[in-house]
Design a protein around this ligand. Structure first.
Ligand code: PLP
Length: 402
């Protein structure tokens, strides 16, 4: 049989190229080399035991058949209360639609609100699935950028405003940002909200890391005046409860969009895994401290990583108070090692030291005017000792060029 022809739209579908970095690291590891996996935003920590037990009970109780497309009522109620309370908002359970992970909210939001040809603003560097899904469904993906500040990064609001046209339909906003680890100031968040209101735009607020913070309080853009009625929140159990492989999340927002997303659920997966939703109810309503160890461990790792990077020549990094990512500027380190290209720098670092990481290139199309080079370290998948050891090796390798 001749090779089957694939649909043309697949040419527009991007992917999460961090997984290709995993492959390269695995191949290098298979040759007997020690690997320090800083490339994937996954956790090597156990899901809280009470959550696992709740799933076991649900299976034993026969919660193994189909359930409502929008989710079991107990989960929708628990999420409406919890998400609302943490943001100072009121949601009805009907506005909460269970999803197989937070990622599913991105594609369903885009399908629900974007017509072909509509422009959608999204962050680059940013989570690469935004760009992929806008392109795939025939939208016009308009990237907004972050600029370095003395304490981290900020959205370039002048560029952001200049991107808005009569064809702009939606904004994708990821406060507590992957890959940068950045958090908006109040002024920045308010400015984005004002742009959304002035131009009658809908917003996807990707709040995957809303509760992944070491100090301070997260603020949702949905809680600013005039925003709840135009904002869909992406919620996920993946990070807070170390449940990345369980695939459980939710879309929360205006009723018409929630209903459209529930209809997409019926078409795509019928329902989110039934018994996993009971585990979600326990995660939210069970022991409120059951998941505390996750943030405590991540904080130790953040401190270990920031300290180690501070002693690496040619690298500098801000210390984010949220997420589990660091986004160091490696422009000088690349120069010291004679690496003209950030991808080559990453490959050489892997082979010389076993340290595996993504680069800015894995997070959306580069934008005009980008002169500095960045890489991303995810410190969620390896212990503090391995962090120190791996980054120590990286520092020695860079130093060896002097
Ligand atoms: C910014 C952001 N949004 C969404 C997700 C999706 O996560 P999940 O589908 O596991 O909920 C991730 C995962 O890394 C992320 O970093």
């Amino acid at each position: 049989m001749s090779r089957p022809t694939l649909a043309e739209r697949l040419e527009r579908l991007g992917t999460e190229t961090a997984f290709t970095v995993s492959l390269a690291a695995a191949e290098w590891g298979a040759k007997g080399h020690q690997i320090y996996p800083f490339h994937l935003g996954d956790l090597d920590l156990a899901t809280p035991a009470n959550v696992v037990a709740a799933m076991d009970r649900a299976v034993a109780d026969g919660k193994t058949g189909y359930c409502p497309a929008a989710g079991i009522p107990q989960l929708r109620e628990a999420l409406a209360d919890d998400i609302g309370a943490r943001r100072g908002l009121t949601y009805s359970p009907a506005q909460v639609v269970a999803q197989p992970g937070g990622k599913a909210v991105i594609t369903k939001f885009i399908q629900a609100v974007m017509n072909p040809g509509d422009e959608v603003l999204y962050p680059s560097p940013g989570y690469p699935i935004y760009e992929s899904q806008i392109d795939y469904f025939g939208g016009d993906a308009k990237a907004y950028r972050y600029v370095p500040t003395p304490t981290g990064f900020a959205i370039d609001l002048d560029q952001f405003r200049a991107l808005v046209t009569p064809k702009t339909r939606a904004i994708i906003y990821n406060d507590l940002q992957n890959p940068i680890g950045a958090e908006s100031s109040s002024a920045e968040r308010e400015a984005i909200a004002q742009i959304a209101i002035d131009n009658d735009l809908v917003v996807l607020s990707d709040e995957a890391y809303f509760e992944m913070r070491y100090s301070g309080m997260s603020v949702s853009i949905a809680s600013l005046p005039g925003m709840q009625e135009r904002t869909v929140i992406l919620y996920t159990f993946s990070k807070k409860f170390a449940m990345t492989g369980w695939r459980l999340g939710a879309a929360v927002g205006p009723q018409a969009i929630a209903d459209a997303i529930a209809k997409l659920n019926t078409n795509d997966e019928s329902c989110t895994t039934h018994f996993v939703q009971y585990a979600g109810v326990e995660a939210i309503q069970g022991d409120p401290h059951a998941a505390d160890y996750i943030l405590a461990v991540l904080l130790q790792r953040r401190d270990a990583a920031v300290e180690a990077i501070a002693s690496i020549e040619g690298m500098s990094v801000a210390t984010p108070e949220a997420t589990f990512y660091l986004f160091p500027d490696v422009t000088e380190a690349m120069a010291i090692t004679g690496s003209a290209d950030v991808a080559a720098f990453a490959e050489r670092a892997l082979h010389a030291t076993g340290v595996s990481f993504c680069t800015r290139r894995h997070f959306g199309r580069p934008q005009p005017g980008e002169t500095r080079q960045y890489i991303r370290f995810a410190y969620s998948g390896l212990g503090a000792d391995d962090i120190r050891e791996g980054l120590g090796r990286l520092g020695q390798w860079i130093g060896s060029f002097r």
